[in-house]
Design a protein around this ligand. Structure first.
Ligand SMILES: [Zn+2]
Ligand SMILES: [Zn+2]
Length: 305
């Protein structure tokens, strides 16, 4: 492992001045399909091959069930305005109530997921969700939304998180990005979620700027480079990477909070995906954890973490 390289900005191409938007809302009709393709690409020759292929099938399912779903209904306009006034996310996950749109996503996803090849423990978990009563299901939804997934039930929550990702991405895609304001360090301005990772993007007009990616709704929000995405510290930031690997993914560590979040470099690989590349770099988590840093990002698809 190489440690603590001097942070450097990538050069911005001459003639291009980066003017990043504050937030880029998800496109649920593209995001999950792209992620599935990325997971398939990453699975090739990977130690976690069968798991990454399972995730790819799950993301394909997230994509495929969307046509003809009931409209996901945003909170009322005055509630969104009030949230903005008090610097709260408009999609309040702590006051979440299920509705017809969520139920339809759940029903379709669990039915289609049944056709995915998966190990026995995942199939048993899927069966437990399908037969869960309302109280148990509400508890599982609450655990995902509160980032408190119990370690003994990770397999169940992969499916519950997959349902909620579709639902929240559909909600977030309807927000007006101009109405969103910064909520706080490491908090999605759309749904209040933590980042799954951050990404230095190669987007036209925003080249080499950084965005945090929400683990739930998929929104991406602009964030300075070389600044802890968890506590906002700008000193004591370093980057860890696995020696010999292409430097598409690094861990940004912070001495102030002793946390880390991965940072992806789209300039080095245009297909990079905030969730897929995080899930496929578990080895980096294990190395950084050995150095004594705590994982600050949330990814319900990260195996056994
Ligand atoms: Zn979000
Ligand atoms: Zn920090």
């Amino acid at each position: 492992m190489r440690q603590g390289g001097t942070p450097k900005y990538d050069p911005i191409p001459i003639g291009e001045v980066a003017q990043p938007p504050f937030v880029r809302l998800p496109d649920p009709l593209a995001m999950f399909a792209r992620r599935a393709a990325r997971l398939r690409g990453l699975a090739d020759g990977h130690q976690l091959r069968s798991y990454l292929l399972f995730l790819a099938d799950l993301c394909d399912t997230q994509h495929g069930i969307q046509s003809g779903l009931p409209e996901a209904e945003l909170p009322a306009g005055d509630a969104i305005a009030r949230a903005r006034q008090f610097r709260m996310p408009p999609l309040d996950r702590l006051r979440f109530t299920r509705d017809e749109a969520l139920d339809a996503v759940r029903q379709r996803l669990l039915a289609v997921a049944d056709r995915i090849a998966m190990p026995d423990n995942a199939r048993l978990a899927l069966e437990r969700i399908r037969t869960a009563d309302l109280a148990l299901e509400a508890a599982m939804i609450g655990a995902v939304l509160e980032n408190a997934i119990p370690v003994e039930a990770l397999a169940e929550h992969v499916f519950v998180a997959a349902v909620l990702q579709v639902h929240f991405a559909r909600l977030a895609s309807q927000l007006d990005p101009k109405t969103l304001v910064p909520i706080g360090e490491g908090v999605c301005p759309a749904c209040g979620g933590p980042p799954v990772s951050s990404m230095v993007v190669g987007w036209s007009g925003a080249h080499s700027t950084r965005f945090c990616a929400c683990s739930l709704c998929g929104a991406m929000w602009n964030y300075p480079r070389i600044k802890c995405t968890l506590c906002g510290a700008t000193q004591g930031i370093a980057y860890q990477e696995i020696a010999g690997e292409p430097v598409t993914v690094k861990a940004e560590t912070c001495e102030s909070c002793r946390g880390y979040v991965k940072i992806l470099h789209q300039n080095n690989d245009p297909l990079v995906d905030p969730l897929a590349d995080d899930a496929a770099t578990l080895a980096l988590d294990l190395l950084v954890r050995e150095l004594g840093y705590r994982r600050g990002a949330v990814n319900p698809f990260l195996l056994g973490y």
